[in-house]
Design a protein around this ligand. Structure first.
Ligand code: NOJ
Length: 502
């Protein structure tokens, strides 16, 4: 590897594909791998650099596939191993890298090892105890389930997702083999599910929920040794596969502990996604991140959170939330580091809030008896074409109902409309690519009115107005792109612009 060249992941735009909901080739109403392959030209056209596929391994689907029964197999619902190989080859032909999800914190309760444990053999691959503690599942309810002989096992998520015992070397070795298995199939990286969860403090002391540095559940020091081993393996592959952690922490400082030259390449920056629409909150996240994290990333939406245009609308005007979302997109695309997009944001999709209870499938909804709506609202299958559901998602139906108003939001409808969200995303990504490699990895804040942010990255200035009043743009030579009409040198509310100074 040429040490002076920027590795691909460093400033990539990665598009998350929630496989179940992207495109369905088989016609069973569930998205699949051939569906993804059929839409690769769309993604290449959109201008992303890589795709991240959510789990497609064999699974009983108690948590949409994040309950893996066989880490080396493709679930027939999503296709076959040759469909996977064909997808990777076609993606590479389109110049797209492929990142796959790996789920090391827990397996499915249908995994052969857990089935053996239930029969009383090798229970130390999981966390079985005679007594429980006070830990609660992230999905609601207790984190312990009792088995027939009276023992309890730990599951930080659904009961169908027993947590592995990472203090057992057998578990560690198994995952090294799983990494090699997929690396040998030519993938370009792993998104590591619940990356901060693998070890629990000895003795499993009682605690309160939360990702605090002192939690006995999350971010135990031993986890770093695991990623050092993983890094050694990926570094033996010449095509620079990346390790990207789903790491929830309380601070950028704690997040940075995972991103080191001998550990993970990157980690999701959920602080950006959690920041409310306000200049001060965006500025704080940017400052904290750039000060602490050597390889920053930015993300606004994923398959676990309410879509950002809906969050930014604060229950008021959905159209305003979308405009703000597009402004936030320009801000994150202007920052140093890489950007993670979530399928459908390029179509301007909102969270679907009116899914009927009987159609909902998220274990969070089911485990909280409907008290927490859960994540189905951001997982509704994409609208591709046509005027009626399933809007070209596939030849059959769609596993969650799609809203009638999505007829106006199909990719087909938006593709040739220069005013559409899709056209805006394409322009934004193309503009970022055209600047590629010419911008420094640092930013400088420029003076701005209180509710706006102006930052310079080399010759590029990004200005975003989060307030209710128009503001004057900083001095510039040229406007490269904005998400709304500029009034001369005035930046209206909810608008961002990229300016060139030379
Ligand atoms: C994080 C994943 O993104 C989420 O969808 C899943 O439910 C949990 N991890 C448990 O695997």
């Amino acid at each position: 590897m040429d040490q002076n060249r920027t590795p691909w992941w460093r400033d990539a735009v990665v598009y998350e594909i929630y496989v179940r909901s992207f495109a369905d080739a088989s016609g069973d109403g569930v998205g699949d791998l051939p569906g993804v392959t059929s839409r690769l030209p769309y993604l290449a056209d959109l201008g992303v650099d890589a795709i991240w596929l959510t789990p497609f391994n064999r699974s009983p689907m108690a948590d949409g596939g994040y309950d893996v029964a066989d880490y080396r197999a493709v679930d027939p619902l999503f296709g076959s191993m040759s469909d996977f190989d064909a997808l990777v080859a076609a993606a590479h032909e389109h110049g797209l890298r492929v990142v796959v999800d790996i789920v090391p914190n827990h397996s499915s309760s249908q995994h052969a090892w857990f089935q053996e444990a239930l029969r009383g053999r090798h229970r130390d691959r999981y966390i079985f105890r005679d007594h429980t503690n006070n830990w609660v599942s992230v999905f609601g309810g207790p984190a312990w389930t009792q088995v027939d002989d009276g023992q309890w096992y730990l599951h930080m998520f659904a009961p169908e997702q027993p947590d592995f015992n990472w203090r057992n070397p057998e578990v560690q070795d198994a995952f090294l083999d799983i990494l090699r298995f997929w690396l040998d199939r030519n993938i370009d990286g792993f998104r590591i599910d619940v990356a901060m969860g693998l070890f629990k403090a000895e003795g499993l002391p009682d605690t309160d929920p939360g990702f605090t540095a002192s939690s006995p559940i999350w971010s135990q020091p031993e986890v770093h040794d695991v990623y050092r081993e993983w890094r050694k393996i990926v570094d033996t592959y010449p095509h620079e596969p990346a390790l990207i952690g789903e790491v929830w922490t309380d601070s950028a400082h704690d997040l940075a502990a995972y991103v080191r030259p001998d550990e993970l390449h990157q980690s999701f920056n959920f602080a950006w996604l959690e920041a409310p629409w306000a200049a001060a909150s965006f500025r704080k996240v940017i400052d904290d991140t750039l000060a602490a994290v050597p390889a920053p990333t930015w993300v606004l939406s994923n398959h676990d959170v309410v879509r950002h245009p809906t969050r930014y609308a604060e229950g008021a005007d959905p159209a305003r939330g979308l405009v703000r979302g597009n402004a936030a997109l320009l801000a994150m695309l202007a920052l140093p580091g890489s950007v993670y997009l979530y399928q459908g944001e390029e179509l301007g999709l909102h969270e679907v809030k009116d899914i009927p209870p009987e159609a909902r499938q998220d274990p969070i909804f089911l485990r909280t008896k409907g008290e927490v709506p859960g994540r189905d609202g951001c997982r509704v299958p994409l609208p591709w074409s046509g005027d009626t559901a399933p809007y070209g998602f596939g030849p059959g139906g769609s596993w969650l109902p799609q809203p009638a108003e999505w007829a106006d939001l199909t990719a087909e409808r938006q593709t040739s409309d220069p005013a559409s969200t899709l056209s805006f995303y394409r322009r934004a990504l193309a503009t970022r690519r055209s600047l590629g490699g010419t911008l420094p990895d640092t930013i400088a804040w420029l003076d701005s009115p209180t509710d706006a942010l102006f930052f310079a990255r080399g010759k590029l200035i990004c200005a975003i107005n989060c307030g209710d009043e128009p503001v004057d743009l900083p001095p510039h030579e040229q406007v490269l792109i904005s998400n709304g009409r500029l009034d001369g040198d005035i930046l209206p509310p909810d608008t961002a612009a990229w300016l060139l100074t030379e």
